[in-house]
Write a protein that binds this ligand. Structure first.
Ligand code: ADP
Ligand code: MG
Length: 245
């Protein structure tokens, strides 16, 4: 069974069709890249899967269960984690506290989030930080970190929720080219190890072709091609419309 099934999603903003009958599916442990020029509808599609945007029509199912239009918090509880185009962390808290807060939140109700965050899950947080190469910075405030390191912490925070599916909208945006390949490779490896399905967007085509199992190409809200990297690379329409060849 597919982990994620997206069926004919539509979303309009005024006169603009940001998503037109967008359909695709994703298996557990699979990495699917969504590519396309700016304004193609990538973030809109992610928003409809993550619950930040309600579709005009169409359905989203996670492990066979309809999640269409549920609030983001509900969708997160059901196992959809995400990172954002701009990193979202609590900059005044330490690196470890940010991950601990995610672990406390995963475990449901808490009487005092701040106190619980300081007191609980320290070892688990350190293990996750070890996985993203940030353990040595565990006790620094996030505000002191370089942007690329914040993105690594954000990945640890997303993994803390033990997602079935991870949505990464331009995870390497704003990073130095050298750091980019590292983060994407790390995310791919951690996701595969854990059997997490990953839906990601990425401008860097080298990273896309290096890490994606399959690629979905969007242009003006429409899927114009989908397949393995080899299939998409050889697709005449993709070459014409998108890769500019
Ligand atoms: P991408 O992520 O591929 O760059 P988006 O999904 O952000 O594309 O945008 C797709 C289209 O929808 C664009 O034309 C964009 O201007 C429009 N759009 C996206 N979000 C909104 C919004 N909140 N309000 C109005 N138009 C939007
Ligand atoms: Mg976008």
């Amino acid at each position: 069974m597919s982990l994620l099934v997206v069926d004919r999603l539509n979303k309009r903003f005024g006169g603009v069709s940001a998503a037109k009958d967008v359909s695709f599916s994703l298996a557990a442990g699979e990495l699917l890249a969504v590519i396309g020029p700016n304004g193609a509808g990538k973030s809109t599609t992610f928003g409809m899967v993550g619950g930040q945007l309600a579709p005009d029509s169409g359905t989203v199912a996670l492990a066979g269960e309809a999640i269409t239009g549920l609030p983001p918090r509900e969708i997160w509880r059901k196992g959809v984690g995400r990172t954002f185009q701009v990193a979202q962390t609590f900059v005044s808290m330490t690196v470890a506290e940010n991950v601990q807060m995610a672990l406390v939140s995963r475990n449901g109700r808490t009487r005092n989030l701040v106190a619980d965050t300081r007191a609980l899950h320290r070892e688990e947080a350190l293990a996750l930080l070890d996985g993203v190469g940030m353990r040595a910075d565990a006790d620094r405030p996030v505000s002191e970190l370089a942007y690329g390191d914040v993105k690594r912490v954000e990945l640890a925070i997303a993994l803390a929720a033990e997602p079935k599916l991870l949505l990464m909208d331009e995870p390497t945006a704003g990073m130095a080219p050298k750091e980019r390949a590292g983060l994407m490779g790390l995310a791919a490896r951690l996701a595969r190890e854990r059997g997490i399905g990953v839906l990601f967007t990425e401008h860097d085509m080298d990273a896309v072709f290096a890490h994606a199992d399959r690629i979905l190409v969007l242009v003006r809200g429409e899927v114009i091609a989908a397949g393995t990297p080899e299939e998409v690379r050889g697709d005449e329409r993709v070459k014409r419309v998108y890769l500019g060849e």
